[in-house]
Design a protein around this ligand. Structure first.
Ligand code: GCO
Ligand code: MG
Length: 407
């Protein structure tokens, strides 16, 4: 089954998405997500200029071989641009294979290991009343696990706190359509003082059972993260995410020595190699990689199988900068693997849903990829063409004295 065409579609229904569409000689199409938030056009160019010419005429069924061919022929290993491009090809080929088989993709991955996929949503607020309202709104939407982010007194703009944006069903998007990145500010001591009280208030209001999560977004040093993990222990977090800058794997050893709060890491990683120490030494509890940024289903399956040997579970990245195509790929994998943990689900805007027609469902806290052959997502190209690319940047963060900091 030869690949007859491959094309990159960049569209911006509310936010930017990059999609690879592969068509076989007998007219089967497959989609892959290649969206790298804030750096979208680099992956579009990598695919169009360097990958599409290599795909034409290849056998669409040879997924592993194509993965290895693209990875090894690039020579320059790893990196988000390369791995997002390879992921898009990989997922599009899995979509094609499953459509050709007449089955939803999860069936080709071994079939369902569970009935539904527990999802967590993002609650946030500038103060406790606003945060409680946001938690209630998420409970009303059906979420049974909730991430908690709040403003910190003395800091003007903080990652993860919703700003109301046009067309967003709920309202957090770090990339802004501004000519330069927006600048946020940061003070770790103020954050460390404030956050435990927020979790105490949330537990008092919503009780002990609700699974609660928090994202530290790489902003702490190892010893600061250790303190936060310890201070949050009474509130029984499902996980503390990205507590330290993720590229320093050794940092997590120190954090682990001080706290039993479960740790999740990896949304900025893109290969199994980034987890070598973390998994082998059991320094984390959840793997946060996105299918879209980590080489697709083929590579994620290997990564999660490695993690499973150490009782480490999945927590696949699913913000709105992962397109519905990337989300669907994650859901098929979530349903099939044994060591599933939780799935992030922010929900796309109605505008995004106009362009990407999805068959996955969200009922009573659980996602399901649906029973359509393939991934179950179709791209309406006419609708996509109505929303041309708009440059958008992720923020930068500065300490009070002006020093650039992780945001
Ligand atoms: C998360 C992430 C995102 C990232 C975003 C950057 O946990 O969902 O931290 O919110 O900031 O994906 O593009
Ligand atoms: Mg995160």
């Amino acid at each position: 089954m030869q690949i007859a065409a491959a094309e990159v579609i960049v569209t911006s229904p509310g936010r930017n998405f990059v999609t690879l569409k592969i068509t076989t000689e007998d007219g089967i199409t497959g989609l892959g997500d290649a969206t790298l938030n804030g750096r979208e056009l680099s992956v579009a160019s990598y695919l169009t200029d360097h990958v599409v010419p290599l795909l034409l005429g290849r056998d669409a069924h040879r997924i592993e071989d194509t993965w290895q061919y693209l990875y090894r022929s690039a020579y320059w290993r790893r990196g988000p641009v390369t791995m997002a491009a390879i992921a898009a090809v990989d997922v599009a080929l899995w979509d094609i294979k499953a459509k050709a088989a007449g089955m939803p993709l999860y069936q080709l991955l071994g079939g369902a290991s569970r009935n539904g996929i527990m999802a967590y949503g993002h609650a946030s607020g500038r103060d406790l009343p606003e945060l409680f309202d946001s938690v209630r709104k998420h409970l009303a939407l059906g979420f049974r696990s909730i991430r908690i982010q709040t403003s910190v007194p003395g800091i003007d703009a903080v990652y993860g706190v919703a700003a109301v944006t046009e067309g967003a069903r709920y309202d957090y998007e770090p990339a802004r359509r501004t000519p330069l990145p927006v600048e946020e500010d940061w003070d770790t001591r103020a954050y460390l003082r404030h956050l435990p009280g927020v979790f105490e208030a949330v537990r008092n209001e919503f009780g002990p059972e609700l699974p609660l999560l928090h994202d530290g977004h790489h902003r702490m040093t190892p010893i600061q993260a250790a303190r936060l993990g310890r201070d949050l222990e009474p509130y029984d977090l499902f996980w503390l995410e990205d507590c330290t800058p993720a590229e320093n794997q050794d940092a997590l050893r120190l954090v682990r020595q001080h706290t039993t709060t479960p740790l999740a890491i990896g949304e900025v990683f893109n290969t199994v190699w980034d987890y070598q120490t973390l998994i082998r030494e059991q320094l984390i509890d959840y793997v946060r990689s996105a299918v879209t940024h980590t080489g697709g289903i083929t590579a994620m399956r290997k990564l999660l199988d490695f993690a499973a040997q150490y009782q480490i579970k999945s927590g696949i990245h699913g913000p709105t900068d992962i397109s519905p195509v990337g989300m669907a790929a994650a859901l098929h994998l979530d349903l099939a693997i044994h060591n599933f943990g939780i799935q992030e689900y922010m929900q796309h805007s109605p505008l995004t849903d106009e362009v990407f027609r999805q068959s996955f469902t969200f009922t009573d806290g659980y996602l399901h990829p649906g029973e359509q052959p393939g991934l179950g997502v179709e791209l309406d190209e006419q609708a996509a063409a109505r929303f041309p690319y708009v440059a958008a940047y992720l923020p930068v963060n500065r300490l009070k004295d002006g020093t650039v900091h992780d945001w």
